[in-house]
Design a protein around this ligand. Structure first.
Ligand code: ZN
Ligand code: ZN
Length: 552
């Protein structure tokens, strides 16, 4: 199906989630034991009421938490393991799901703070939104702060105590990053995102990351169109051949680039903070993940472009300009591209002409290659050298390319759904902007995953389930994008992981292209240890349904 929002994403580093521990250790364990012994409702009564019956500034999620006993997301939707940021963010201590135990690599971070006067330190503690939605949430955050405060104070004896700053608000879709304690020295500011009423942030004073990228995009597009004036010569001929089936199609490519050029001025208006409808550009924080690059909704003068942390943190102005060109191609009147294949996908080089001329990254890559002909492809190349039958290698590569595309788009669909469900939970009703995802994605989750059937408003349970589904689809997508696979003939088997070895029978190559993708999808899901056995059929069916309108 064609979605109204087109999202641009980088290929993130591969990270394998750790399995959930069977027991929770540390100070939080006591409360868990108490809950098991006494029942959730009894524990709920012990908690201090933070929201009274009168209106307060609590979020709907917090209010719901006050009114219901301790709830936990079911095990097969749980997001476990520590954030990959644990190894790079030396200012924060990260925790596993429901845990307040400091483990490697975070246990080595305290030494750097030895000698820092603890009276100047604030400890901002947070939990992911699905951890202890009930009153135990405050206890978990307090336990985490205590687990950090102890070792810090021991390293700077006689310098006072750190100030605890528990924050019980929700930190968005990236659950692992929300399970942490930030060590803020002096007037250091927290990097934890504020997700309500929206993830909107200022794009910064001019000239900001958008302004400089926009100016560069104007130049890059002019250069690319200029190069198309002589399509049979460098620098146009190479990228025309690689992306658009040869210099004969130069005029069609130029028509597309001209449409993007004409759209650039429509990006300029600054969308007011938390305005859900205005056109132009806006910037968001990490509530939808720090890998959020950019997206576009609508076209022409009503196009709404969103720029995420991955864009704002990109130091290379040309890279940022290419992001604007990509999003501009989605919103350009007369062009309105789709995301048929990102430039880091196997499928990009295999797109037929009509799909290439409808693909945002085909235009973007063309502009990039004119600016820098030495750019190397980053798409995976699978090893099909062990396939000797006529046409087998080509069919194997085609199948992998489409499987990657199905998984790329499916996980993006779930991320968009999460965003709209989050809005709908806050508003206690679906908003018009979320209608497409309500009708085309949420509805697919009702039967197999048990979410609230639209048009009824979704609840926090649904939001947490969607985050869990997203996490598993993203892990599977990273596996497919992050490694090359070797095909062999003989039986149906994908090594566990999914690992790098794929076996298919000879009959596989006699089936339709779509059937081949479905077969590989089933093998991939079955080979994923992070997808619960009882859920495998559901994930297979979900990706298949989300890809119903896609190729091949
Ligand atoms: Zn689309
Ligand atoms: Zn896109």
């Amino acid at each position: 199906m064609v979605f109204p929002v087109h999202q641009q994403v980088p290929a993130p580093a591969t990270a394998s989630p750790r399995r959930h521990r069977s027991a929770v250790a540390g100070p939080a364990g006591g409360l868990l034991e108490l809950q098991r012994a006494a029942g959730n409702r009894a524990v709920a009564r012990l908690a201090v009421q933070r929201c009274g019956p009168t209106p307060c500034d609590c979020s709907p999620a917090e209010r719901e938490a006050e009114e219901t006993p301790v709830q936990r997301v079911a095990a097969d939707f749980r997001v476990t393991g520590k954030s990959p940021k644990a190894s790079t963010d030396l200012r924060s201590i990260y925790f596993d799901h429901e845990s307040s135990t400091v483990t490697a690599p975070d246990d080595t971070k305290f030494a750097a703070f030895a000698g820092v006067p603890m009276s100047t330190v604030r400890l901002k503690g947070t939990a992911s939104e699905e951890e202890r939605r009930g009153p135990g949430r405050a206890a978990l955050v307090d336990d985490r702060i205590a687990a950090v405060s102890g070792p810090l104070t021991a390293g700077s004896p006689g310098t006072g105590n750190p100030t605890p700053r528990p924050d019980l608000s929700s930190g968005g879709l990236d659950y692992r990053s929300a399970r942490r304690v930030e060590v803020l020295v002096g007037n250091q500011q927290s990097t934890a995102p504020v997700c309500t009423p929206s993830p909107d942030i200022s794009c910064g004073p001019s000239p900001n990351a958008f302004d400089t990228a926009h100016a560069r995009a104007v130049v890059l597009l002019a250069d690319a169109r200029n190069a198309l004036g002589t399509p049979t010569a460098a620098p146009a001929v190479g990228p025309l051949t690689a992306l658009f089936h040869g210099p004969a199609n130069a005029a069609a490519v130029d028509t597309g680039l001209a449409a993007i050029e004409a759209h650039l001025p429509h990006m300029l208006p600054v969308i007011p903070l938390h305005d859900a409808a205005a056109a132009g550009h806006r910037c968001i924080n990490t509530c939808l993940g720090d890998d959020f690059l950019a997206s576009n909704r609508g076209s022409g003068t009503s196009a709404r472009m969103t720029l995420g942390p991955k864009f704002l943190n990109e130091p290379d102005v040309t890279e940022r300009a290419l992001v604007l060109i990509h999003e501009g191609s989605h919103g350009a009147t007369g062009l309105i591209t789709d995301d048929e294949a990102y430039q880091w996908q196997r499928l990009l080089a295999a797109l037929p002409l009509n799909r290439a001329l409808n693909n945002a990254d085909s235009f973007t890559r063309f502009v990039a290659l004119v600016a820098n002909p030495a750019l190397a492809s980053v798409a995976q190349v699978d090893d099909t050298s062990r396939l000797t039958g006529a046409g087998q290698a080509a069919k194997a590569n085609e199948t992998m390319a489409w499987l990657e595309q199905w998984l790329v788009q499916s996980r993006l669909d779930l991320r968009s759904l999460y965003s709209h469900v989050s809005d709908a939970v806050t508003a206690a009703a679906w908003r018009p902007a979320g209608g497409h995802y309500r009708d085309n994605v949420m509805t697919l989750l009702v039967g197999d995953f048990g979410v609230t059937a639209p048009p009824a408003a979704p609840v926090m349970d649904d939001q947490e389930k969607i985050a869990g589904i997203f996490d598993r689809l993203f892990a599977l997508r990273r596996k497919i994008t992050g490694q090359a696979f070797t095909f062999r003939v003989g039986g149906y088997r994908w090594s566990s992981g999914p690992g790098t070895s794929i076996r298919v029978p000879t009959t596989f190559f006699g089936t339709s292209a779509r059937t081949r993708v479905e077969r590989l999808l089933r093998l991939a899901v079955n080979a994923a240890p992070f997808i619960e056995t009882s859920r495998r059929e559901h994930y297979y069916r979900l990706v298949k349904r989300l890809s119903a309108g896609s190729g091949p």
